[in-house]
Write a protein that binds this ligand. Structure first.
Ligand code: GLA
Length: 330
């Protein structure tokens, strides 16, 4: 395992950004301390993730490319929640709803990075009241290379009850270029969170059978992406939380490269997002990105679960430890 680092520019306020490079002889990964962002991941000579050349592009562009998302990934309806009888008002950055941690989520923080066995451990202290969330929250994300796989291990504790739903927002393209419509995907999910126009769960956990959401057997991403069904129509393609009913959560294959990625996780759900909101932009090494040029598999607790007490809870109590692991193997 070879770990090196290089400067990756500076933020507007002068803080330096560092790119950590890991090579275990099988896969090569680059991770920024800015957002614990996976900038590149080279498998069999193909860089299978989207990213940028400069820190300025990471700061200026939308889409959360490669980033760690927190405190709460996905949406919170109405940007507010009640916990222990107290109301909390969050920043509305997705219409009237709160998305991916708010105005300045974990994706835009500089994390403290140290070397560990097979990779790096990144830590961040999110102070009480940051983005209006309660509790001093100490978070760690350990990024390791495990043979032909990259593993993300999340850990957190808080000194006051809070809510937490950490994930990673890497856009994969297993062909290394072009759109992802001819990738084949299988999802170990027999239900999904039915959503409304705002991509918020209605509360219904709908069966996938007989719909464009049925990936229990492999299908091309593009096969039913524009079907005349609400599950894809309302979000302009795939952008829903699938309820994991069997392992692995996902298996995806690039049509041209033949590279296969298998996703396993301790989380109960995975947001399969087909990059529908991605607008034309310049990517790293002269690449061009466009709508549906990358897909995300954001392992997570169900969206807006603070408003659905019947679902697995996103509440982290004071003194409890949050732990979650997701592995992307090739
Ligand atoms: C998530 C959401 C999408 C979109 C992207 C960022 O995957 O579910 O609706 O907001 O993040 O563009």
């Amino acid at each position: 395992m070879n770990i090196t680092k290089r400067p990756f520019g500076t933020l507007a306020d002068g803080r330096a950004v560092t790119c950590w490079c890991m090579d275990n002889g099988v896969v090569q990964a680059e991770v920024l301390d800015y957002g614990v962002t996976i900038r590149s991941l080279v498998v069999d000579g193909v860089d299978v993730v989207l990213g940028y050349d400069t820190i300025e592009e990471y700061v200026a562009n939308d889409g959360y490319l490669g980033a760690t998302i927190g405190r709460v990934g996905n949406r919170i309806a109405g940007s507010c929640f009640e916990l222990n009888g107290k109301n909390y008002h969050l920043y509305a950055n997705d219409g009237k709803n709160h998305l991916h941690g708010g105005k300045e989520g974990f994706d835009a923080k500089i994390w403290n990075v140290e070397e560990t066995e097979n990779g790096i451990v990144c830590s961040y202290l999110s102070v009480d009241g940051e983005e209006n969330y309660p509790g001093n929250l100490q978070v760690k994300v350990t990024v390791t290379l495990e043979g032909k796989a990259i593993q993300l291990k999340y850990w957190a504790t808080t000194d006051a009850d809070t809510i937490l739903n950490l994930t990673n927002h890497t856009y994969f393209n297993l062909d290394g270029k072009g759109d992802i419509l001819s990738h084949t995907i299988r999802l170990g999910a027999d239900r999904y969170c039915a959503g409304d126009e705002g991509c918020l769960p209605t509360g219904e956990l709908a069966p996938v059978q007989g719909t464009a959401m049925d990936f229990l057997t492999p299908h091309m991403i593009g096969e039913r992406i524009d079907a005349d069904e609400d599950c894809v129509k309302l979000s302009g393609g795939y952008d829903s939380n699938f309820i994991i009913s069997s392992s692995p959560a996902a298996v995806v294959k690039g049509a041209q490269s033949g590279i296969t990625m298998t996703v396993t996780t301790t989380e109960p759900g995975v947001q399969f997002y087909s990059g529908n909101f991605m607008k034309f932009r310049k990517g790293k090494n002269g690449a061009i990105y466009h709508r549906r040029y990358g897909f995300c598999l954001e392992t997570q607790h169900f969206p807006d679960s603070i408003h659905h007490p019947e679902w697995p809870t996103c509440i982290l109590k004071a003194g409890e430890t949050y732990e979650s692991t997701t592995k992307y193997a090739f």
